[in-house]
Design a protein around this ligand. Structure first.
Ligand SMILES: *Cc1c(COP(=O)(O)O)cnc(C)c1O
Length: 414
């Protein structure tokens, strides 16, 4: 299985945001998610240190829990939303924050809500541009529009590729300048380019190469348009190490390379601001899913720990959210004592489907009913990306720990 993030240390029983798993389980019942904002703060501090002068945006689909949007929103320069629902959360939790709205298939009411809110709409197609201009006309408000470009390259090593092919995302690079000409002629406020080439890449050299290519493409498109874009959103795609053998990205190397690319940027971008948008890199490692063992069961020589949670809360850990091969997320017996003997077990959820396997034949300290299992890397694409209506179990609590003004390790039930 993958390595437990260093932030959690190696003490046993395992402390999570300053408390034991048993304390969390007693106060909130299991299963539950705990998000430690100290870990988010450390990630954002590290990003700021290597990306000076570059705006940081939080892509809230990674974890749209309102308390998380409020907390992370306070540490960044902008929020990226991908639906009218996310837009409403962003406006509720962080009024006044810069918002950009990407994603295909925006409905007219979503375009209108974005225009009313003063958000930047990242246009995904020429047709959407026409509809956004019409929406602005209806409202009597000048829309803020950026063009999302489908680049001719993709982010190497990326788990989800979003460029270099036919795509529902973004306007093909060859067509993009024409769309900008159209929206400028119509009197809209052109906010610049959005170029997002992929997600979850652990390939540092690939990220560096993609960022350089992105800046070059933005410069070339801007020259064709004959205007300076106020903002270029360079996308993100910074990955986190989920699995055995994964290694984290080299953030200082990425920051250094981007600084030199921007230091020598072509004239059309001389007065442009740059932004990077991230979801999982900011919040993925801060979250732990805690679930209690209900049964310990032997079958044909294998041992199963049957827990009270499962893929209906943490689909990604079961290998059913965008992965081809099932590999194990880092898991631990959070209630294990130091020096406990270990065994090979599978951790399975309580759903009546063989897909519901949180860890497949892993080595863990011997555990039984009442023990609490921690599934790490649960801060991004966890509950909101899982089918929690499936099988009718209750929705788990999500706790945001170490919020500003709280005493360390105090909790806040949302
Ligand atoms: C999902 C998404 C992100 C966030 O991706 P992560 O892998 O979580 O960093 C950023 N930008 C856009 C346009 C997205 O759709």
């Amino acid at each position: 299985m993958g390595a437990i993030p260093d932030d959690f240390g190696s003490a046993q029983p395992l402390p999570i945001a300053g408390r034991s798993a048993e304390e969390w389980a007693m106060t909130h019942d299991t299963p539950l998610f705990v998000y430690d904002l100290d870990i988010v703060r450390a990630r954002i501090t590290a990003l700021r240190a290597v990306l000076p002068g570059i705006d940081l945006h939080y892509a809230i689909k990674a974890n749209p829990l309102p308390a998380m949007v409020a907390a992370v929103g306070s540490m960044v320069d902008g929020l990226d939303v991908a639906s009218g629902g996310e837009l409403a959360v962003a406006l509720d939790m962080k009024p006044g924050q810069a918002i950009s709205f990407a994603g295909p298939g925006k409905k007219d009411w979503e375009l209108e809500a974005a225009i009313r809110a003063g958000a930047t709409i990242n246009l995904e197609s020429p047709g959407e541009c026409v509809r956004a201009l019409a929406a602005g006309e209806r409202l009597g408000i000048t829309p803020r529009l950026a063009v999302r470009v489908n680049p001719d390259f993709e982010l190497r090593g990326s788990g989800m590729k979003m460029g270099g092919r036919a795509s529902p995302f973004g306007i093909d690079a060859a067509e993009a300048p024409g769309v900008v000409a159209m929206l400028r002629a119509a009197g809209a406020d052109w906010r610049g380019w959005h170029i997002f080439a992929g997600s979850q890449s652990l390939d540092t050299a690939g990220i560096i190469e993609t960022q350089a290519a992105t800046v070059a493409l933005a410069a070339q498109l801007s020259a064709t348009v004959g205007a300076t874009p106020p903002l270029v959103n360079l996308g993100g795609g910074f990955g986190i190490p989920y699995f055995s053998g994964d290694r984290g990205i080299d953030l200082p190397a990425i920051g250094g390379a981007l600084a030199s690319v921007l230091g020598e940027r072509p004239e059309p971008l001389a007065n442009t601001r740059f932004a990077i948008e991230l979801g999982r890199y900011m919040v993925g490692e801060c979250g732990v899913y805690l679930t209690r063992v209900i049964e310990r069961k032997e079958s044909r020589g294998e041992t199963f720990l049957v827990v009270d949670g499962g893929m209906h809360h943490q689909l990604a850990a079961s290998g059913n959210f965008g992965t081809v091969i099932k590999r194990n997320y880092p898991v631990a017996v959070a209630t294990a004592r130091a020096g406990a003997p270990s065994e090979t077990v599978s951790v399975v959820g309580c759903l009546c489907t063989p897909l519901d396997r949180l860890a497949d034949r892993v080595t863990l300290p011997i555990a039984g009913p009442g023990d609490v299992i921690a599934v790490f890397m649960a801060g991004a694409y966890g509950l909101s990306a899982s089918p929690h209506g499936f099988l009718g179990h209750p929705v788990p609590a999500e706790v945001v720990a170490n919020q500003p003004g709280q005493t360390p390790s105090a909790s806040f039930l949302t």
